[in-house]
Structure formats: C-alpha cells, structure tokens
Design a protein around this ligand. Structure first.
Ligand code: HAM
Length: 422
C-alpha cells in the first residue's frame, strides 16, 4: 500500500514546545502582572470579526487590509476575517456594549493572523498583547503606555538592546495638507522611486516615508516635512510627551518618518525597535487613535494603545527566562512497592515548593536505566525511593550535575530542593 505523506502545519504557523513554550508562558504572565499593576483589565474577544471592521479602521489601502488578511465567506455568505490585530475588535466591543461612557483600560492577549512572507520573527499566526485605553486626551496616557513597555524591557534586562522611536503625525486634516504636497514633490521624482513607492504614491503615500529603499530615503531628504504642517495644539501635545518621557528617564529617538502601517493613528506614534532580530526588529508598537470609535459609528472618544509582539519579545529575552526557570526533579521508584510512598512524597513536595517541577518515571525499569533517563531529561535532581528509603521513611536526592547524593528526611529534602544544592 502506498504510504501517505504526513500532514504538515500551514506555512507560517508554528508548533511550539518546551522550553520555548515555557518561556513564552512566563513572559505572558509577567506582562499580565505589569498591566494589572497599571490598572488594565483583561478582555476576551472573538478571533473572527466581520471583514469591514478592519477595512474601515486599519484602512483599505494598507498592506494588512489589501493583501494580508485571512478572509472567507461563512456558510451564511457573510465575509469574515481572522483578526490581523487587536485594536479594532476592542473598539468594536466597547461601543457594542456601551462601555465608552467611562474611561476604559483593557488588554487582549492572543493570536493574530496576517498572510505575510514567513521568516524569523514574522509568522502568519503570531501573538500580541494589545493594550488599549479609551476616554483620555492627555499626553500622560501616551507616556503611561510607553512606560509600561519600558518597564517590561527593564525587568527582562533588554533595555540596552531596544530603542524607542517616536513621532507625531498630528491630525487627519494636517496630514491631508502634507500628503498633497508630498505627492506633488514625489511625483516630480517618480522615475527615481522603486516600484513599491510608485504604487504607494497613488494608494498610501505616507507609507513611502518609511521605505527601506536607500534611494527613496535620499529623495525624501528634501521632501516637505510633516512636522511643519502640524498645528500649535498638535505640537504642544507632542512636546508634553517628550517632556514626560524625559522626566521619567525613558530614552527616545525622534523619527520624523515614522508613520505606522495602520490608518487609524493621530498625534503620538511609537515603535520599540531592536537590531538583534534582523529584519523583524519592531517588537512593540502603537500610538494615539482618537478618531477610531467615530469611524465605527460610536461617539468621538480619545484613545491610545500599543501591542507587544510576543514572539519577537520572547526571542529577544530568551536568556532571561533560561535563568529564571525553577528547579526540576526526575522521580524514580526503585521497585513497584515504592510508588505509593514516592507519590505521597511528591505531593508534599509540590505543595511545599510551588516553583518545583517534578516528572515521575512511571514505567517499570531497572534503577540504572531510570537514572539514565533522569540524566537525559535535563532535570537538576533525581529523587529515588527504594527499599531502604521505604523502611527509614527517607528519600535519596542525587544532584545530576555533579553526581553528589544524599539520603535525607522530607524536611531536609525540601530545604535542599529550595536551595537547589545538595
Ligand atoms: P502592528 O505594528 O501592526 O500594530 O503590530 C504590533 C506588533 O506585532 C509588531 O511590532 C510586531 O512585534 C508584532 N507583529 C506584527 N506582525 C507580525 C508577524 N507577522 N509576526 C510576528 N509578529 C508580528 C498593531 O497591530 C496595532 N494594533 C498596535 C496598536 C494597539 N496600536 C494601538 N493599539
């Protein structure tokens, strides 16, 4: 009979196992804690939304909406899309449930879907924690959001590997005047533009500003500058953002060409960037989006937010989590009768030391073979109960790194495992 080839995962969608899956989980828990310390509450929202939610907010001409969404008709012929980001869904839900009368601080964690070309740090299913705040106009909010990310990077010990870039893109009408002049300027240089920028000239001209093409960047050196189109009020908002960042000691770089790939932003936009992950260097990004709720038919509500790109942050902070993982034990019953006292002991150990991870060897094997398995498992200790231990109500702990071994009572065993040394 012909063998069928095994089914593979969808391209760009990853299966993740330990230890990465463990680091990832710890990262997420750390961020949850940090957000709750800042008064943000979790929300759980659908992965599927009506397609026009994203078209109307992110923008028809953006890369995300024009070519990256997973969109399909359901059995009722309704066009649905797997969420490519979290902000639009949060705004939709808060309007739908009439929750925008009060200030809201919420976050949504989970998978997002974009049909991009997969590479290191860029996947078709990836995860974000999308952090969103509604009902506040003050630049203090913009800086609170930036500060949450700064605090995470400090805790993970990666602050020296990341750079905060900020810009102000003002209000839509200010951008419209700028865009008109930018298009006029760039049209005069159209033949020198790369294909991508030429296309954007007619669809989404502002995105040309963050083109990676050096020739395009040189042409932009003499282009009109967005900042000169901003009103005094927009300048004042941006000035306060910078002053607050300075007061908090958060270093930043002003990038006048930072415009972001989603259309809903106004005023402050920011990205946390690293050089350590190759081309996919933006690990966290966001900004203010005062016009979004109105675009969705809700009342005008000032708002701002950002999203942690979890895979990229996990890649950057792996060393932190390698150090942070707790002690692990491989538990061995030297004979069949040892299982009962051993499993009772393990329950007590798990209750006494919550950070301990214990794997029980359940299959019948010689002590020697079980110890080999313990070595291979990468555990810090083997814990053995056999005839002698049963009779004396003790346990044997073997440090698998240096081979040292002791037979001790439960209390002493707990002390050793808490210290992580025999
Ligand atoms: P975004 O810049 O499209 O913004 O994505 C935010 C972050 O998600 C990126 O900086 C990156 O770390 C991560 N990310 C994006 N695409 C991928 C991918 N294909 N693979 C892996 N990671 C990826 C937004 O999504 C906005 N909703 C952020 C926001 C929230 N603005 C206001 N509130």
């Amino acid at each position: 009979m012909q063998q069928k080839s095994p089914i593979q995962a969808v391209r760009g969608m990853r299966d993740v196992f330990a230890p990465e899956a463990l680091y990832y989980q710890q990262l997420v828990e750390k961020i949850h804690h940090l957000l709750q310390q800042h008064g943000y509450n979790p929300a759980q929202l659908p992965l599927l939304e009506k397609t026009h939610l994203f078209a109307r907010t992110i923008g028809e001409e953006t890369d995300i909406v024009s070519k990256e969404m997973y969109t399909f008709l359901d059995r009722n012929e309704e066009s649905l899309t797997l969420r490519p980001e979290g902000t639009a869904g949060v705004a939709r839900a808060l309007i739908q449930h009439g929750m925008l009368q009060q200030v809201q601080r919420v976050y949504v964690e989970g998978p997002m879907f974009r049909y991009e070309r997969p590479q290191k740090g860029r996947y078709r299913q990836f995860s974000q924690i999308s952090v969103e705040a509604f009902g506040m106009t003050s630049p203090a909010l913009d800086v609170e959001l930036i500060g949450i990310a700064a605090e995470l990077f400090a805790q993970l010990g990666v602050l020296d590997k990341v750079r905060l870039e900020i810009n102000s893109i003002g209000l839509a009408e200010e951008r419209r005047a700028f865009q008109k002049d930018l298009v006029e300027y760039l049209s005069a240089h159209e033949t020198q533009l790369d294909e991508d920028s030429r296309r954007r000239l007619h669809t989404n001209p502002l995105r040309i500003l963050d083109s990676k093409n050096e020739a395009v960047q040189r042409i932009l050196d003499n282009a009109p500058s967005l900042s000169t189109y901003l009103s005094d009020a927009s300048h004042a908002h941006y000035q306060q953002v910078r002053e607050l960042l300075e007061a908090l000691g958060i270093e930043y770089v002003e990038n006048p060409r930072l415009v972001r790939g989603l259309d809903y932003y106004c005023h402050t936009v920011f990205e946390w960037v690293t050089e350590e992950l190759g081309a996919q260097g933006t690990i966290c990004a966001g900004g203010r989006y005062d016009g979004l709720t109105e675009q969705l038919g809700g009342a005008h509500t000032p708002a701002a937010g950002f999203a942690f790109g979890l895979e990229r942050i996990a890649l950057l902070s792996q060393a932190y989590f390698e150090r942070a993982t707790g002690i692990s034990v491989y538990a061995i019953a030297a004979d069949e009768q040892a299982f009962a006292p051993l499993m009772v002991t393990l329950r007590k150990l798990r209750q006494s030391i919550p950070a301990l991870s214990i794997t029980l060897h359940t299959e019948r094997q010689s002590l020697k073979n079980q110890l080999k398995k313990a070595d291979k498992s990468g555990a810090d200790f083997a814990l053995i109960v056999g005839e002698q231990e049963r009779e004396t109500d003790t346990l044997t702990l073997k440090n698998l790194a240096n081979g040292e071994q002791v037979r001790v009572g439960l209390t002493e065993g707990i002390a050793i495992l808490e210290k992580g040394r025999v």
